[in-house]
Design a protein around this ligand. Structure first.
Ligand code: AMP
Length: 144
């Protein structure tokens, strides 16, 4: 099995070497907006523990991450007035993975609206920032 690359872009985000539009952080997980969103509010949730993808994730990190995914998905549906949520996770290149630190995509969906193709365009900080603020507020509104 391939090894974890400590210089992948999400590891750099975790170390604070690369900026991100954070919407949630706790001891075990981090969530931030995708810079090339496939839908309004496209959010990524990652464990802080190093894991390449679903196939090598330690069980504890994986279970804590999926619980964060559920919480953020609920908030994203509210924040972005979505009709539903698509969850996606790609493991290894053949599975569609591009960044090799485990991540789940939370994709707010709207009736009859297809997802944009992946990597279509990079959204600006100016338009991502208010979306992150909106999602952070919706997460806070969920309570504990
Ligand atoms: P994948 O590995 O195919 O599941 O996709 C990686 C995702 O990371 C893509 O949706 C990219 O748009 C996203 N991405 C890449 N670099 C960044 C970054 N610096 N900040 C936020 N999202 C990113």
């Amino acid at each position: 099995m391939s090894v974890y690359d400590r210089d992948n872009i999400f590891a750099k985000i975790l170390r604070g070497e690369v900026p991100s539009h954070k919407v949630h952080e706790d001891e075990h997980t981090l969530a931030f907006l995708d810079i090339m969103p496939r839908t309004l509010g496209h959010t990524l949730v990652i464990p802080k523990a190093p894991a390449r993808n679903l196939l090598d994730a330690p069980p504890d990190a994986l279970s804590r991450t999926i619980l964060a995914v559920q919480r953020i998905a609920k908030a994203a549906k509210i924040a972005f007035a979505a009709d539903g949520i698509t969850l996606s996770q790609f493991s290894e290149q053949a599975g569609g993975q591009v960044v090799f630190h485990l991540h789940f995509h939370i994709l707010p969906r709207y009736d009859g609206v297809p997802l944009l193709p992946a990597h279509t365009n990079v959204e600006s900080n100016e338009t991502l920032a208010p979306k992150a603020a909106k999602l952070r507020a919706a997460i806070a509104d969920l309570g504990t």
